[in-house]
Design a protein. Structure first.
Length: 254
């Protein structure tokens, strides 16, 4: 099975994490494929908007694949992986055109970090979201905490991060994390209908406004904050608390 799919339809680039059997979890191959397709989309003049979604109907992305990353024990080993995916999210955040996370279902942990790196988040009304990293004794490790603080009010962001729980799509929309909920009909068709308000305009217009937004971030030290966030997670990764939490996760899912 191809782990990540990429296609272009009606001026929209679609990147799909295609691992529904493991809740679209991210492993090393997924990291590389995501980076490759984001780079391709960046240089494709036919694309006006880039959309990231998960395969299937229930899960957008469950974050990092704990089985794939279980061999990472030290902070240095963790940092190597975290920084690789951090680079992917950085490319998403600074993508010169609008980026959208289409949450077909639950987005937790790193899945929420991917969503936070995108400009907009559209979700099924039945979806749930949660920055649950704290339950594993770690913090956001791909830069998602920093990006979240650029998307919604900081105290709202802290509430989501500190609580490490899941909330409904309606609650996430009330916090400003989700911009549009889809209650009925085809998720893809309704998403396209919503985005048609953008794609009907010239790509140069969309890029110009994205530049206005990115220029507004000057002085906010986004890149440094992301790097510090990744390092902090790497330090926590080698802790006994994290390793015990991962062991408990595997024991509960045998």
């Amino acid at each position: 099975m191809v782990k990540v799919l990429y296609e272009i339809k009606q001026n929209i680039g679609w990147i799909t994490i295609n691992r529904p059997h493991v809740r679209n979890a991210v492993d090393f191959e997924v990291i590389q494929l995501l980076e490759n397709y984001i780079d391709q989309a960046r240089h494709n003049g036919d694309i006006k908007i880039l959309v990231i979604r998960g395969a299937g109907h229930d899960v957008f992305c469950a974050g990092g694949d704990l089985k794939a990353f279980s061999g990472l024990k030290t902070s240095d080993e963790a940092y190597s992986m975290l920084s690789k995916m951090g680079k992917v999210l950085k490319k998403l955040f600074y993508f010169p055109k609008p980026t959208v996370a289409l949450l077909n279902g639950t987005a937790v942990g790193g899945g929420c970090e991917i969503a936070a790196a995108c400009d907009l988040r559209i979700a099924s009304a039945n979806a749930k979201v949660g920055f649950i990293q704290g339950t594993l004794g770690i913090t956001t490790g791909w830069g998602g905490g920093t990006y979240l603080m650029e998307r919604i009010p900081k105290l709202q962001a802290l509430d989501l991060l500190w609580s490490a729980g899941k909330i409904t799509a309606k609650q996430a929309a009330e916090k400003g994390f989700l911009q549009h909920l889809i209650k009925n009909g085809s998720l893809v068709e309704e998403c396209c209908s919503y985005l048609n308000r953008y794609t009907e305009h010239a790509v140069e217009v969309l890029e110009a406004y994205k530049k206005v937004y990115l220029d507004s971030l000057q002085g906010r030290n986004v890149d440094k904050r992301v790097e510090d966030e990744i390092k902090a997670c790497a330090q926590l990764w080698e802790s006994d608390v994290h390793h015990h939490a991962v062991s408990a996760f595997f024991n509960n899912n045998i």
